[in-house]
Write a protein that binds this ligand. Structure first.
Ligand code: GLA
Length: 400
């Protein structure tokens, strides 16, 4: 169930979208000098991993997490770069007399530390979820008033990643509360990736780069084409603030959860890589189809997401509202380009090299889904893109 403040957020979203050009202009004019960026040495490329929420919601347990860690290894996901196994809401039930947070004894009979040890033994890292308010979104104890205590508890368990939500935080100031937890994590004695999750309600792109390694820019993704596109469009408004150590987070992946076609999932995965988004899988890794695994482990698309330059891509051309070209600069001087067809019929889309940011007349073009070189082209490249689909390319300039 949506908390009241979030339900209201959905209602105002349409109005926000209409007012967007003005709001964007206003925020450019009012831009403040950037605060010092968070420098905890972590997430130099967008974090990759898995989180329980999108598929399992509250149905989490010790055995699910162990089996997921095993599947991460046996499926090749770990070797493809996925690292963090994150338990979302509902692992916690209470606090003990001294305030220490307690895991659900039925679902996690051995406690959290042995589970983190198991995840580590598989060559992976371990993450957990809390909330900056008094209670999590599912009514479990939040971190408010226990920031340092919780950070130290997590460090003693071997936690490597914490996602902090924003339910039941009425009257609190988001930059202040999240900074409090950043400082608590810094004092915990363990390097811990900090994932801020306040759904973009408090303009996190303005303050979160100095507080967390990633911050949600949107409300929760749903496993549908319109929801995925909505999160894409909202998150892409803040491309300039992303970079090594601090990333916009358009929410976790829905690839493999069944609500979209494989073409739609390929587009979803392509666009998250183009946006330098965290790649946090949200499906059941134990039972995923070969097609899902092929999408999630595509090495050429993952290489774009993880490119060391850390520049988030932007839309460079469109025939409103359905045919678009997006481009992302890569460290070797080439560009990753997505031809995105949001319409319900196949369509030809042309990417001009100059529009894509490449100031050359000739370039080689590689198809990152077909894993083939398409050849050398002058000035532009066209392809037919499936309905609700994407073609993803690497375009490399030919220098004379
Ligand atoms: C919020 C977050 C989700 C998930 C749930 C858990 O809705 O945005 O990603 O963590 O809470 O209750």
């Amino acid at each position: 169930m949506l908390p009241a403040s979030r339900a209201r957020g959905r209602l105002v979203r349409a109005a926000v979208m209409i007012a967007l050009p003005l709001a964007t202009a206003a925020s450019i004019i009012a831009a403040r000098p950037p605060a010092k960026l968070l420098d905890n040495g972590l997430a130099r490329t967008p974090p990759m991993g898995w989180n329980s929420w999108n598929h399992f919601a509250c149905n989490v347990s010790d055995s699910l997490i162990r089996q997921t860690a095993d599947a991460m290894v046996s499926s090749g996901m770990r070797d493809a770069g996925y690292k963090y196994v994150v338990i979302d809401d509902c692992w916690q039930v209470a606090r003990s007399a001294d305030g220490t947070i307690q895991a659900d004894p039925q679902r996690f009979p051995h406690g959290i530390k042995p589970l983190a040890d198991y995840v580590h033994s598989r060559g992976l890292k371990f993450g957990i979820y809390t909330d900056a308010g008094t209670k999590t979104c599912q009514g479990r104890p939040g971190t408010y008033g226990h920031e340092l205590q919780d950070a130290k508890t997590y460090a003693s368990w071997g936690v490597d990643y914490v996602k902090e939500d924003w339910c039941n935080a009425r009257g609190l100031d988001a930059p202040t509360q999240y900074a409090k937890f950043r400082d608590a994590l810094a004092r915990s004695g363990r390097p811990i990736v900090f994932s801020i999750c306040e759904w973009g309600y408090n303009e996190p792109w303005e303050w979160a780069p100095s507080v967390g390694n990633l911050w949600r820019t949107t409300e929760d993704i749903e496993d549908t084409w319109p929801s995925m596109l909505s999160n894409l469009d909202i998150s892409a408004q803040h491309a300039t603030v992303a970079g090594p150590g601090h990333w916009n987070d358009p929410d976790m992946l829905e690839v493999g959860n069944g609500g979209m076609t494989d073409d739609e999932y390929r587009a979803h995965f392509s666009m998250w890589a183009l946006l330098a988004a965290p790649l946090i899988a949200g499906n059941d890794l134990r039972t995923m189809s070969a097609a899902t695994k092929t999408i999630l482990t595509n090495p050429e698309v993952i290489a774009v997401d993880q490119d060391s330059l850390g520049a988030e891509g932007i839309m460079v051309w469109d025939t409103p509202p359905e045919l678009q070209v997006w481009s992302r600069r890569l460290h070797d001087g080439s560009a990753a380009v997505v031809l995105l067809n949001r319409s319900t019929a196949p369509a030809k889309i042309t990417a001009s090299f100059r529009r894509a940011g490449l100031h050359v007349d000739s370039a080689t073009v590689r198809d990152l889904w077909k894993h083939t070189d398409r050849g050398t082209f002058a000035r532009e490249f066209s392809d037919t893109v499936p309905a609700h689909g994407a073609v993803m390319l690497k375009i490399s300039p030919l220098h004379r």
